[in-house]
Design a binder for this molecule. Structure first.
Ligand code: SAH
Length: 257
């Protein structure tokens, strides 16, 4: 095997609103099989440490015990430089969509910087991810299932996605020149973290309301479309600073904050 071009520790699995402890345990087992260890739970709707979750973890109990709980998705992915939402079906607003294989192939370039983190977000057993949660993601990953029966068990979905990540990791340096991600080793600035982008979106919305461009009473998916635009562009830290500087200059001119 050639030298791995990234570390599996740079990958985080995020489960939102899980309702069955067994699925959390089975996710821990799937992750440990694939060499992943960073698990975040956002507002689980069940107890995490139960006889069911421990038995389904079948030996991955340390991972279960080490799962970090958050109340919001924002907190769970604040430091992530790429957020990918796993979705069983397409939504009203189309979003950049990749397969687990394409996700794996993009990892060497995405994770070239040591600070880079990829968060893989999975939804509720009954209702999946909300539109708002999906709109926090740069990309959506869809496991190409039969259209008539598209939804996998939660831990099974984690298994498939984690397996492709592991294959890419095993392939090592072979893919390190992938063009699939914008931030290779030669890029001049680090990718923006999710929290920087969220601050930008909040600032942008304030300014668009202040200048009368955006009416929150008649949103017409404006913010969702702008999120999609900026998330697709993958701004780096310097670019986000420039964008925020522009907003501050507008506020200064228009007498805002
Ligand atoms: N009934 C839900 C699906 C829930 S399955 C719905 O219609 O959205 C629980 C989670 O597993 C999903 O939120 C998603 O993150 C993941 N998942 C299930 N099937 C998937 C698929 N085919 N591709 C990608 N993710 C999938």
């Amino acid at each position: 095997m050639s030298d791995p071009s990234f570390s599996l520790d740079q990958l985080r699995i995020v489960l939102i609103g899980t309702s069955h402890p067994g699925n959390i345990g089975a996710t821990c087992r799937a992750m440990k099989n694939m060499g992943l260890s960073d698990l975040a739970l956002v507002a689980p709707r069940c107890e995490v440490q139960t006889s069911d979750s421990i038995s389904r973890a079948s030996g991955a109990d340390a991972l279960l015990a080490g799962a970090v709980q958050h109340t919001t998705l924002e907190a769970a992915v604040a430091d992530a430089t790429l957020v990918v939402g796993a979705s069983a079906r397409s939504r009203t607003l189309p979003w950049p969509m990749i397969t687990p294989r394409q996700l794996g192939e993009s990892l060497p370039a995405e994770l070239a910087g040591r600070q880079a983190r990829v968060a893989l977000v999975f939804g509720r057993e009954d209702t999946g991810l909300t539109n708002a949660e999906l709109q926090h993601c740069h990309r959506h990953v869809h496991i190409p299932t039969d259209a008539e029966f598209s939804s996998l068990n939660l831990a099974a979905a984690v298994q498939v996605v984690a397996y492709e990540c592991r294959l890419a990791w095993l392939a090592g340096a072979e893919h390190s020149r992938s063009d699939a991600a914008p931030f290779g080793i030669d890029w001049d600035n680090p990718p923006a973290e999710h929290a920087d982008l969220e601050r930008y979106f909040a600032h942008l919305e304030r300014v668009l309301i202040a200048i009368g461009f955006h009416d929150p009473e008649k949103p017409r998916q404006l913010m969702a479309r702008l999120r999609r635009l900026y998330l697709r562009a993958r701004p780096d830290t310097l670019e986000v600073n420039i964008l925020r500087g522009i907003l501050s200059a507008i506020e200064k001119r228009t007498g805002g904050r």
